[in-house]
Design a protein around this ligand. Structure first.
Ligand code: GLA
Length: 375
């Protein structure tokens, strides 16, 4: 019996009907493009969120988490309304709320995670997607995964009040082992790109600066992109074809910087896909660094610890690196040859120590499978 299964029995005094799991993700490249109908290239991590669950026929949703043992919740599914549940529980409750119209009712859930939270690795999307699979299975709801990703995003946007794009939920539900997911957030079409890091490691560095999208910056960037699109008369920045011409039409320097990032980042995704398909993964490093500079200087969402981590890694011989996720905190990814891994890791740790910052966390990113029922 898995530890989660026995913890469920202890908590709810009956066995779960199953255990469902969804992974976190790193986005190799394509940052702040999803909310502009652009291209992203995430892959699923080996780490993720597991949900043990059993159906309840009295319409009650019980939520407990091994990471927040003192903070369990009990709510009626038919009483769920945006704002009614706060904190971590808003994500699974939001999923029950969106699935209500598909016939989902009460359930007992116990959640466990080995994904660092607030590290920019999409732990909330993993929680939503594992919950969504669990509730759908318990109630025999059959939805295509892209549709499920949209519902999970809606739970996060409209119930938890976090204005995220579609990338993280798509990564959790659509990724496959050994592949990145090239997702066109405009058309919803996706394809799988084999990722072979022969002799290379993609290192995730948690800068220990926690981020939340609820807090301002992310929403401001989205609004700026929407404003730029409106000035340019396009539905989204994905439709900008002639960059210099578009920049010439934008009076505000801030909007010019935002557009510069989004348009060039889409091209970096395409270039990266080309390099991966050519099995030239080492060359992806240059793309990562270019993306970081663009996020730092044009989109202005990087933070000092991310800049220091990328810089230190490059000086120590990494092939490239960049911040990942929405920005203002979270993690950095660094691509390095295996024989320099030790040196890169030590250099980043030393740079943090020299500034008296909390020691960074390290994790090797291995392209792993998407969400599934595991028990
Ligand atoms: C967060 C959001 C994603 C995406 C990234 C930035 O992770 O949840 O939808 O917008 O930021 O690329």
């Amino acid at each position: 019996m898995s530890p989660l299964t026995s913890a469920f029995e202890e908590a709810y005094l009956r066995p779960p009907e199953g255990v469902w799991r969804a992974p976190g993700r790193v986005n190799l490249i394509g940052e702040h493009t999803d909310h502009n109908d652009g291209l992203v290239l995430p892959f699923a991590l080996a780490q993720g969120v597991s949900v043990a669950a059993a159906r309840r026929d009295d319409g009650v949703l019980e939520l407990r988490s091994l990471q927040a043992a003192a903070d369990g919740r009990v709510v009626r599914v038919d009483a769920l309304t945006p704002g009614a549940v706060d904190g971590w529980a808003a994500y699974p409750a939001g999923v029950a709320w969106v699935l209500r119209e598909h016939g989902v009712g009460g359930a007992s859930l116990l959640i466990d995670s080995d994904l660092p939270q607030g590290a920019g690795l999409a732990s909330s999307a993993a929680l939503e997607c594992a919950t969504a699979l669990a509730l759908c299975d318990l109630y025999g709801v059959d939805l295509e995964r892209p549709e499920l990703a949209r519902l999970a995003q809606r739970a996060e946007n409209d119930f938890a009040g976090v204005p995220c794009g579609i990338m993280d939920q798509s990564a959790a539900l659509l990724c496959t082992e050994g592949h990145a997911l090239m997702l066109d957030c405009g058309s919803g079409l996706s394809s799988r790109v084999p990722v072979t890091f022969d002799g290379l490691t993609l290192l995730v560095i948690d800068t220990r600066v926690a981020h939340t999208h609820g807090a301002g910056g992310y929403a401001v960037r989205r609004a700026e992109c929407e404003r730029a699109a409106a000035v340019l008369g396009v539905a989204s920045l994905r439709d900008v074809e002639d960059l210099p011409e578009a920049l010439g039409r934008l009076g505000e320097p801030v909007l010019r910087r935002r557009v510069q990032h989004v348009v060039t980042e889409n091209h970096r995704v395409e270039a990266t896909v080309g390099l991966l398909r050519a099995k030239a993964a080492a060359e992806v490093g240059g793309m990562l660094t270019a993306s970081h500079l663009s996020l730092r200087d044009q989109f202005e969402v990087s933070w000092p610890a991310a800049d220091v981590a990328v810089e230190a890694a490059l000086v120590a011989g990494a092939r490239g690196g960049r911040m990942v996720g929405g920005g203002f905190g979270g993690s950095v990814i660094v691509l390095t040859a295996d024989d320099r891994l030790e040196r890169v890791r030590d250099a980043v740790a030393a740079a943090f120590e020299a500034r008296r910052w909390a020691a960074p966390g390290f994790l090797e990113a291995v392209p792993s499978a998407g969400a599934a029922r595991v028990v």
